[in-house]
Structure formats: structure tokens, C-alpha cells
Design a protein around this ligand. Structure first.
Ligand code: E4P
Length: 222
């Protein structure tokens, strides 16, 4: 399963890229607005830093304007994926962009029917927002299971990009289902590193080594 970072924060992208954890990036207008500063400059930096796909979202809701925006966004780099909302004009744009060989990510997907339509239009990725479904008392993960089954039944090439991830259990469940990608806010990825027994064990190893050094002052290593 690939891990994308769901952020426009350059420091986080750099931090996790140094560990080889960043297979791609998803952004949206909200994430870019959180960073402040010049969004174009931020986008330029992200696209340069990351080798994998970088989803950049259009704002327009009418097909001709979506296409115009898509061409502008695509100029930032060959790894740019055009993120398009799950609306009828969005899917018209997805179909046109597919015909032109441009990758798309259909966002704001909340049902299996929406995912099916996005796949039929030729989306490269669908982004079901599982956390927002959980927030309103639905089961986000069951949507991932349904989409996975549907895509398998009909051999759609569209990848399932699990979005709106709220905690590490969402990540494990996505991997168990066989989702292609999870896109994670940096703090969720950070939580995946943590285990109290790791910290406890490391503390003991370090203090035991310090004690050993005291009784063997001639030890050369460390
Ligand atoms: C995905 O592409 C979206 O940017 C994101 O996952 C939305 O997450 P949220 O529900 O936490 O805003």
C-alpha cells in the first residue's frame, strides 16, 4: 500500500521524505490555506520535492473551466494529478483528461455509486473520505470494502485512495482491505511510529550500556 501525505506543509513533506515514507501528496484548498504564504510557490516546491503523484485540486465546477484549470495545474510538473470534485461536470472533465492521458483523482467521494461512476469515467484515483463518514455516524471502512469489491469484480484500473484518515487503525484496516493508497495527515503518520514498549526498551538499552561503560572504561565504541 502506498502512503501519500495529505498536506501542503513543506517541513513535514521533507521530514517524512527523508525516511522514504512519501509516495505522493494530496492537497486541497483548505490544506493550502492553512499554510498561508504564496500557494503557487508552495505548489512549485512540493512538485519539485516529491517524485510521486501530487494531487492539485481544481476550484471550478463547470467542465470547460475545469479543463482550463487542469491545464494550468498540469504545467507545474509531469507528476501532477488533477483533483476533480465528484460532480457531473467533474466526471466530464475526467473523461476528457483520461482521453488526453492526464491522470485524475476524483475527490469528495462518499458512496460506492459515486466511486463506480468515477471509475467508469476513467479516473486514475478515487478518494473516499472515510473520516467524514465516520463523523456523521456511518462506517467509512465499509465503503472502502464495497469499492474494493466492485473494482475487483469489473477490473477497473482506478486506484482506491483512502482519504480523510483520522487515526492509525484506519490505515491498518485499509491495508487489510487492500486499498492502493492511504493519504495521511502528517500527525497520523507520526502516530504510526509510536509504541510505549519501543521507548521503554530503548531507555533500558541506553542505561544498561551506560552502566556497562562505567565498569569497563576502556570500551572504545561510544
Ligand atoms: C483528501 O484528498 C483530502 O484532502 C482529505 O483527506 C480530507 O480530509 P479531512 O476530512 O480531514 O479534511
Amino acid at each position: 500500500m502506498k502512503i501519500f501525505l495529505d498536506t501542503a506543509n513543506i517541513a513535514s513533506i521533507r521530514h517524512y521524505s527523508e525516511m522514504g515514507m512519501v509516495d505522493g501528496i494530496t492537497t486541497n484548498p483548505t490544506l493550502l490555506s492553512k499554510e498561508g504564504g504564496d500557494p503557487e510557490e508552495i505548489i512549485r516546491k512540493i512538485v519539485k520535492m516529491v517524485q510521486g503523484p501530487v494531487s492539485l485540486e481544481v476550484i471550478s465546477t463547470e467542465v470547460t473551466q475545469i479543463m482550463e484549470e487542469a491545464y494550468i495545474l498540469k504545467q507545474y510538473g509531469s507528476n501532477v494529478v488533477i483533483k476533480v470534485p465528484m460532480i457531473p461536470d467533474g466526471l466530464k472533465a475526467v473523461k476528457k483528461l483520461r482521453e488526453e492521458g492526464i491522470d485524475t483523482n476524483v475527490t469528495l467521494v462518499f458512496s460506492a455509486t459515486q466511486a463506480l461512476l468515477a471509475a467508469k469515467a476513467g479516473a486514475s484515483y478515487v478518494s473516499p473520505f472515510i473520516g467524514r463518514l465516520d463523523d456523521i455516524g456511518n462506517d467509512g471502512m465499509s465503503l472502502i470494502r464495497d469499492i474494493n469489491q466492485i473494482f475487483k469484480n469489473y477490473q477497473y484500473n482506478t486506484k482506491i485512495l483512502v482519504a480523510s484518515v483520522r487515526h492509525p487503525i484506519h490505515v491498518i484496516e485499509s491495508a487489510k482491505v487492500g486499498a492502493d493508497v492511504v493519504t495521511l495527515p502528517p500527525d497520523i503518520l507520526g502516530k504510526m511510529f509510536l509504541h510505549p514498549l519501543t521507548d521503554k526498551g530503548l531507555k533500558t538499552f541506553i542505561s544498561d550500556w551506560e552502566n556497562l561503560k562505567k565498569t569497563n572504561p576502556s570500551i572504545k565504541i561510544l
